[in-house]
Design a protein around this ligand. Structure first.
Ligand SMILES: NC(=O)c1ccc[n+]([C@@H]2O[C@H](COP(=O)([O-])OP(=O)(O)OC[C@H]3O[C@@H](n4cnc5c(N)ncnc54)[C@H](OP(=O)(O)O)[C@@H]3O)[C@@H](O)[C@H]2O)c1
Length: 310
């Protein structure tokens, strides 16, 4: 089978398509044919040798990125329980999503609910969990509160806008002017161009800032949070810097690491099936176009989700 791997850390061209042996199936596992795999900033950062992800795999190269996927079951084992060949499945994996086939423990993946398109199922697990856990578990967002979401048109942000609105919050979404109609369609109450100083200065304070950009950009937005308000900063590489700046201003601040929770993913996918949550897939690349997919995510200006097609 074909798989995209890196043999060393570096730029997007480090991703190469190689022929690898399909893994042997153990009892309790399923073999899955990947149809779509999500491409996330963590894939590109890890490929580049940055952050905790790169630390975790630095002695395990070659490595294949890919932490979420949708596919169909090719083969099962007696201990694999509920799945049959041909079933549509999706979910989070611990890497290796960028390959034609994957062998995983059967309880790793979930059935794709009827009404959820294949591509949306592939783009939901990582960004959906991050958006939901950031707003609720870490952010404690309540109905009637104001929440500021930066990078609101991106993979996590566009889901966070819809989920925050569904929780009954007033959503202030930041994005480039080209994304403003998109953000309003998602349900944002106020849409602001983060490059427009006058617009930004006029923003009424918020109860919660869901920071999806981090660094100096994240720190510069802290002044828009009400006294004693809350900040959840999502990019891990700059989390300490943003938290320190927030604490200096008397805010409650935390970083986060997305947790895999299949019950939660099941509920999010049901929202997609019922039309209450939409996963915007803007670009789909062939597996052989992995470097181009990484260059797209590295622009930092992707709308919604980027996928690879298996
Ligand atoms: N800690 C965790 O568990 C975890 C989980 C998931 C993601 N993350 C991190 O969270 C961040 C967001 O992830 P993502 O998948 O949503 O990324 P993404 O899809 O690549 O985000 C792209 C968006 O960022 C916006 N943007 C770029 N610069 C901006 C700025 N200065 N101010 C406001 N918006 C800006 C762009 O908006 P415009 O095009 O409108 O400019 C674009 O819509 C990444 O750093 C990622 O690594 C962390």
């Amino acid at each position: 089978m074909q798989q995209l791997v890196i043999k060393a850390f570096g730029d997007a061209d480090q991703l190469v398509l190689v022929e690898t042996q399909a893994p042997v199936l153990q009892d309790g596992q399923i073999r899955v044919r990947m149809h779509y795999a999500g491409v996330n900033p963590i894939d590109a950062k890890t490929r580049a040798g940055l952050g905790w992800g790169a630390q975790a795999i630095k002695d395990k190269l070659p490595w294949s990125p890919g932490f979420e996927l949708m596919g169909t079951v090719l083969e099962t084992t007696p201990g694999a329980g509920r799945f049959q060949p041909g079933d549509r499945v999706f979910g989070s994996v611990g890497g290796g999503g960028y390959g034609e086939e994957l062998v995983v423990d059967a309880d790793t993946l979930l059935p794709v609910p009827d009404g959820v398109p294949d591509d949306m199922a592939a783009g939901l697990p990582l960004a959906g969990a991050t958006a939901w856990q950031g707003l609720t578990d870490h952010g404690g967002l309540k109905a009637g509160e104001r929440v500021l979401i930066s990078a609101a048109a991106g993979g996590v942000g566009h889901l966070a806008v819809q989920l925050a609105r569904g929780l009954g919050a007033t959503v202030v979404a930041l994005g480039s002017v080209d994304n403003h109609d998109f953000l309003r369609q998602l349900g944002a109450d106020e849409v602001l161009d983060y490059k427009d100083e006058a617009q930004m200065a006029a923003m009424a304070p918020v109860d919660l800032f869901f920071d999806l950009v981090g660094g100096t950009s994240g720190s510069s937005l802290l002044s828009h949070v009400k006294p004693g308000g809350r900040v959840v900063t999502v990019p891990t590489i700059t989390a300490e810097q943003v938290i320190a700046a927030a604490v200096t201003l008397g805010l409650k601040a935390t970083g986060m690491l997305r947790r895999i929770d299949n019950d939660q993913l099941q509920r999010l996918s049901q929202m997609v099936a019922e039309g209450r949550l939409r996963v915007e897939v803007t670009r789909v690349f062939a597996l052989a176009e992995g470097p181009a997919a990484h260059r797209q995510i590295e622009t930092g200006h992707t709308r919604g989700k980027v996928l690879l097609r298996g």
